[in-house]
Ligand binder design. Structure first.
Ligand code: NDP
Length: 311
């Protein structure tokens, strides 16, 4: 267990019975399995899964994310194509790059790092990505497929949350899940995934009344709001599972640290909780690799089908 979490628990809550979900270890296992699969692909065919990442501008946090995506992609044995563009890039130039990547047979996944500089229309860029290469799962075609239960590429963060939940709880049928937050990249797809697992799902947001009484009825609470430690211990019923997606930097006693959207130290009565950092965060890149591998496999299947048709 990370030292800072131990310190939190000891300092603030002597009885802490909740399991701490180790997303870092789970993600390491996931990427190790992907690495083995990619090695098998490499030994059996002349193609390799390829991920293209596009970064526009100099945002330092985005630059760090992109560098770590490149490292992980290469470590998994996949091809990594990085496109760093100046923040003066025009909409048309960015759209042209997306069109080129759509047509490139070596690229199976395309990710445009968000946020984009303010003069660029992110929605238009996402809609220009071939849905079959949309490994972020943000394209409206993938969102629609997820909503109707078809084979979508699913956004990485909720996909990672669902992997952790299934690993911990197994069958989720009939459980009541409350998702706090309704963004297109986390809250809404998370709710769809829980619905697919036959949970009863409540989606809460800024206008929800008496949020604490809603979350208190839940067996599973997923929080993605971007508000440091908003969810308190008495919002959670004993034995519930808490997934904290939030990543917030706070300064306390002159020291900067990351906290989630959930008051971690007050969650000792939960069945289990993801820590921040080390919970959901590490799953996101693992799921990006998993989606890239999936996009590659689907492309191979389409190639085989069209070769058969033409023969
Ligand atoms: P958004 O800002 O897009 O959405 C936040 C959501 O929270 C909105 O639906 C908003 O409601 C809701 N909300 C805000 N305040 C309240 C409140 N007081 N009560 C109830 N609901 C509220 O954020 P994201 O979904 O993109 O991200 C959420 C958090 O997750 C952030 O901390 C982000 O950093 C983190 N994150 C972590 C990732 C990871 O890899 N671990 C990946 C992505 C995000 P409304 O719609 O009504 O405005």
């Amino acid at each position: 267990m990370a030292g800072h979490i131990e310190a939190l628990i000891q300092a603030e809550q002597p009885i802490f019975e909740a399991d701490i979900i180790d997303g870092k270890a789970f993600a390491a296992g996931l990427t190790a399995r992907i690495k083995v699969e990619v090695a098998e692909i490499r030994s059996n065919c002349d193609k390799v899964p390829g991920l293209a990442v596009v970064l526009v501008g100099e945002d330092p946090a985005s630059s760090v994310y992109v560098a770590s995506k490149r490292r992980e992609t290469q470590a998994a044995g996949m091809s990594s194509f990085e496109h760093r563009l100046p923040d003066t890039t025009s909409q048309e130039d960015l759209m042209e790059l997306v069109r080129q990547l759509n047509a490139d047979p070596l690229v199976h996944g395309i990710l445009v790092q968000l946020p984009l500089p303010r003069h660029l229309d992110a929605d238009a860029v996402i809609e220009a990505i071939d849905p079959a290469k949309d490994v972020d799962g943000f394209h409206i075609a993938n969102a629609g497929k997820l909503a109707v239960g078809q084979n979508a590429l699913v956004p990485c963060t909720p996909l990672g949350c669902m992997m952790l939940l299934k690993d911990l709880l197994g069958d989720l049928t009939g459980l009541h899940a409350v998702v706090v937050g309704r963004s297109n990249i986390v809250g809404k797809p998370m709710a769809q995934l829980l619905l697919q697992e036959d949970c009863t799902v409540t989606i809460a947001h800024r206008h929800s009344r008496d949020l604490a009484s809603l979350t208190r009825t839940a067996d599973i609470v997923v929080v993605a709001v971007g508000r440091p430690e908003m969810v308190r211990g008495d919002w959670i019923k004993p034995g519930a599972t808490v997934i904290d997606v939030g990543i917030n930097r706070v300064v306390q006693d002159g020291r900067s640290r990351l906290v989630g959207d959930v008051a971690f130290a007050e969650m000792g009565h939960a069945r289990a909780i993801t820590p921040v950092p080390g919970g959901v965060g590490p799953m996101t890149i693992g799921c990006l690799l998993s989606n890239t591998l999936e996009a590659f496999r689907r492309a191979q299947a389409r190639d085989r089908a069209s070769a058969k048709e033409n023969s």
